[in-house]
Ligand binder design. Structure first.
Ligand code: BGC
Length: 397
């Protein structure tokens, strides 16, 4: 009898080891692409893809069969949110979940109605990227009353206790990366001694998006001194966040502002830097500069954020200088681990428990790392990581 029990026990051990092996290899397959994006150098990224010993992600083992997840995304007017929605949907469906994905078209009331609809459908979890981060408190309370947990996706949900986790990029880090790029590219540290100054205008993000102020603060941490000592000369005089933030991240408003600046403050001067917090603003500036007669010979340095396909093409042809690569595949993976945590009780991946205070609580967060990309490194970060293919870049817009 004892022998039989020992035999059964060792058989059970062999079977469970085999099961572990198969689930961890599934996890490794799932972490391949995001690992590439999170590595700090392109070489590390390429090595990480082939690293069979990489730690398995917790979400690789999730089974969300029978669970319904609501994804409320803000807009389809910018490519990044379409990618975010698709990545989340694909990853959640691969784990067996049913997904309700809706876009609010930058209309707050529409987003509220969509979330109400998801609550009525009794989703097991809500993932929200808000249009206006503080305007959802009532519907968030309704979700909480219905026992539905909420995860904030990329944009922090403000003024509510009803948010469990937050998956995002290092938003201050985005500002720092943009500013450091400008500082290094123009050698601002030595500009004063060389008697050089650069004209600059700021196009910052939406005041109802918590990310925008973080980004602005990151920019000012690096460039604030250069604005103060005149190395960066803002002829419009607008340097505060209040004066430079653009509601709903509107490309049209950025274009309008740039046209106004060029016609007034820069009627007799050259604009050297368009400090844009978003690729859409860079497109707006590009249009304004083109109609004002700027050409390749005197084109300004233009920054951006998101590495949208159009922005990447512009980086290659020189009409945008840089952008910030935010791998939405990685963000989706971190968010999925949080969905698992609230729905199944697994451990989420968290790497920040201090920075993101929504006025009611500090929300446990996973921050992905943003990377500055320009024409010298786009190949490594955007193509070699599989984010875009050469064909994507060559296709007509
Ligand atoms: C995101 C940025 C994006 C912006 C405009 C922000 O909340 O963090 O990546 O460029 O929204 O869509």
């Amino acid at each position: 009898m004892k022998k039989l029990i020992a035999l059964l026990l060792s058989l059970a051990m062999v079977l469970s080891l085999a099961a572990c092996g198969s689930s961890s290899s599934t996890a490794e397959t799932k972490t391949e692409e995001p690992a590439a994006a999170e590595a700090s150098t392109p070489t590390e990224a390429v090595e990480a893809v082939g690293d069979a010993s990489a730690a398995p992600s917790t979400d690789g083992a999730l089974d969300l069969t029978g669970k319904k997840i609501g994804l409320a995304m803000p807009t389809q007017s910018s490519e990044r949110w379409i990618n975010d929605g698709n990545n989340m949907k694909t990853q959640l469906e691969a784990l067996g979940a049913e997904v309700v994905l809706q876009y609010g078209d930058d209309d707050i009331q529409q987003q509220v109605s969509q979330i109400e609809g998801m609550i009525a459908q009794q989703v097991d979890c809500l993932v929200i990227a808000a249009i206006d981060s503080g305007s959802l408190t009532t519907v968030e309370q309704a979700a909480a009353d219905a026992g539905i947990p909420i995860i904030a996706y990329d944009r922090l949900l403000m003024d509510t206790e009803n948010v469990t986790y937050y998956a995002t990029f290092d938003n201050k880090g985005v500002g720092v990366a943009i500013a450091k790029y400008v500082e290094e590219k123009l050698d601002l540290a030595n500009a004063k001694a060389d008697g050089k100054t650069y004209t600059c205008e700021l196009f910052m993000g939406s005041p109802d998006d918590n990310n925008a102020l973080f980004l602005y603060n990151g920019i000012m941490e690096v460039l604030g001194g250069y604005f103060e000592d005149g190395t960066l000369d803002v002829k419009s005089g607008r340097t505060s966040f209040q004066d430079t933030c653009i509601l709903r991240w509107s490309q049209e408003t950025a274009q309008q502002w740039c046209e106004n600046y060029l016609a007034s403050s820069y009627a007799d001067a050259h604009l050297d830097i368009c400090l844009c917090a978003f690729d859409g603003f860079a497109y707006g500036c590009k249009a304004a500069l083109t109609s004002a007669g700027y050409t390749a010979e005197n084109w300004p340095l233009i920054t951006g954020q998101d590495c949208e396909l159009m922005a990447t093409k512009n980086i290659i042809d020189g009409t945008q200088t840089m952008s910030i690569y935010k791998d939405t595949r990685l963000l989706a993976e971190k968010c999925v681990s949080m969905v698992g945590a609230v729905v199944l009780g697994t451990e989420p991946e968290i790497n920040d428990t201090e920075q993101y205070n929504n006025n009611v609580k500090v929300v446990p967060t996973y921050m992905c790392t943003p990377v500055a990309v320009d024409k010298d490194n786009y190949q490594e970060y955007l193509i070699d990581s599989g984010y875009y293919t050469e064909a994507d870049l060559n296709a007509a817009s």
